[in-house]
Design a protein around this ligand. Structure first.
Ligand code: ATP
Ligand code: MG
Length: 202
């Protein structure tokens, strides 16, 4: 039987419960063997804006967050590859390692609008199913509008618990001394403190 692999890419700057709840629920809903949290090396759509935390630190946060979570794994392949992170390269690498694997690309509703700007979209559409999850603050189009927005994709929409959490808000919380507890897994908060990330020094 080919393995069913979920690919959940992100900057994870930092990882939070919204990411983890999405990963475990997508795994369950789609009967995936594993969901890989793929940490972007250079999130090219974010470069040029704010400074992104070094990839090694973001990877350490994700590793600490998932370490005990069955079927959820951290992937450093985009960091090992270096340079800007294109999902198509990641997908091709995974398929080279594991020919015949069934791939599900997991994205939050806010990502839909940007999908058409991704590199080699047609190739991605041929190689992966798209799994879209709801996210507070990003209304998903419905019916024909959704089909139009996702034209060319084999896709499925799954409902996950709506958690209004974002890395942007967490960075702001850290910088202004507000609590991160229960929004970021404890192990990852420890890494933030140890490494002095996000100007969190308490
Ligand atoms: P930032 O605010 O820096 O953009 P983020 O919270 O959006 O951070 P990303 O690393 O940009 O996190 O997102 C990675 C993936 O996780 C994207 O597909 C995004 O839609 C999804 N995602 C992030 N937060 C949530 C959430 N609370 N619920 C569902 N999906 C989420
Ligand atoms: Mg985002």
């Amino acid at each position: 039987m080919p393995r069913r692999i979920g690919i959940f890419g992100g900057t994870f700057d930092p990882i939070h419960v919204g990411h983890l709840v999405t990963a475990v629920n997508a795994r369950a809903a789609l009967n995936l063997d594993v969901v890989e949290l793929v940490v972007a090396n250079e999130p090219w759509q974010k470069v040029g804006g704010r400074a992104v935390t070094p990839a090694a630190d973001r990877l350490a946060l994700v590793a600490a967050a998932v370490h005990d979570c069955e079927g959820i794994e951290v992937s450093d392949r985009e960091i090992r590859r270096g340079g800007p992170s294109f999902t198509i390269d990641t997908v091709r690498e995974i398929l080279a390692d594991e020919p015949g694997a069934q791939l599900a690309l997991i994205v939050g509703a806010d990502v839909i609008a940007r999908l058409s700007s991704w590199r080699s979209v047609a190739a991605l559409q041929a190689l992966c199913e798209l799994v879209v999850v709801n996210r507070p603050g990003s209304r998903l189009p419905e019916g024909a509008a959704l089909a139009a927005a996702l034209a060319g994709w084999r896709y499925e929409v799954i409902e996950v618990p709506a958690l209004e959490v974002s890395s942007t808000d967490l960075r702001d919380r850290a910088a202004t001394g507000r609590p991160l507890d229960f929004l970021i897994p404890e192990g990852a908060i420890r890494v933030i403190r140890e490494r002095g990330l996000y100007a969190l020094d308490r």
